[in-house]
Design a protein around this ligand. Sequence first.
Ligand code: SAM
Length: 283
Amino acid sequence: MSDYQETLYEGYGQRFRMDRLLHEVRTGHQHLVIFENARMGRVMALDGVIQTTEADEFIYHEMLTHVPILAHGAARRVLIVGGGDGGILREVCRHRSVERITMVEIDATVVEMCKEFLPEHSRGAFEDPRLNLVIDDGMRFVATTEDRFDVIISDSTDPIGPGEVLFSENFYQACRRCLNDGGILVTQNGTPFMQLGEVQTTAQRMNGLFADWHFYQAAVPTYIGGAMTFAWGACDAASRRLPPDILRQRFVGSGIVARYYNPEIHQGAFALPQYVLQAIGKP
Ligand code: SAM
């Protein structure tokens, strides 16, 4: 008998005390629960998997947003796939250089419920005039759109349920087609200690598709099992190897005050442990 949630990993799970249930609903796509926890603040789970918590969301959202946008240096058009809680949107909105943000989220209920019960995630960003919010499957959108983007950020659920297509070869290929010259794709890619196969599969799919592909990491306590990886696919190899003073200049110029991100963390995050390098064929 287990008294913890082991939805993702057999025999290893996570337990949160639900101090106050704020909302629970079966949307057309998934089972959504938002509750309060004394340590982690407000928490959202989808299909029994914890997605985000108020306490540590800044680590994930800053790293998945500022790393590609500052590495790009002149991103004007940004696409967010998933991201219904609005945390990535909030961070993208902080970049004054960004002129247009398209966000494609499959589940309108996630957006509506997060605006109401997790307002600190988006902090009004859904009202930003640069936003074009599309309620649709991200795979379908990238396969059919004529729009082109400088940065694409995939803030998806894990590769089970509606998020599975966002890890497919077709998805990465379609994203590559939607990128402008110098464009960058980043995707949440799970914790390699627990999901090494996922990282390996993404590496195989990125290889040959992007001039430069790699992964970078950040430890987010909510995503159990060690540091989390983000996949990186860039049309231009230089964006991952910026001189530190250029990156610092861009960060200072952005005027962004971050809680986790800084240029040193940015560059250090691309250093991967040996077992991950071996798994992705870059030992
Ligand atoms: N940060 C979380 C994590 O790493 O577990 C995930 C955040 S949650 C906002 C992911 C979002 O992806 C959900 O709102 C979900 O509805 C959305 N999503 C899942 N599959 C999708 C798809 N095929 N197209 C667009 N959005 C999708």
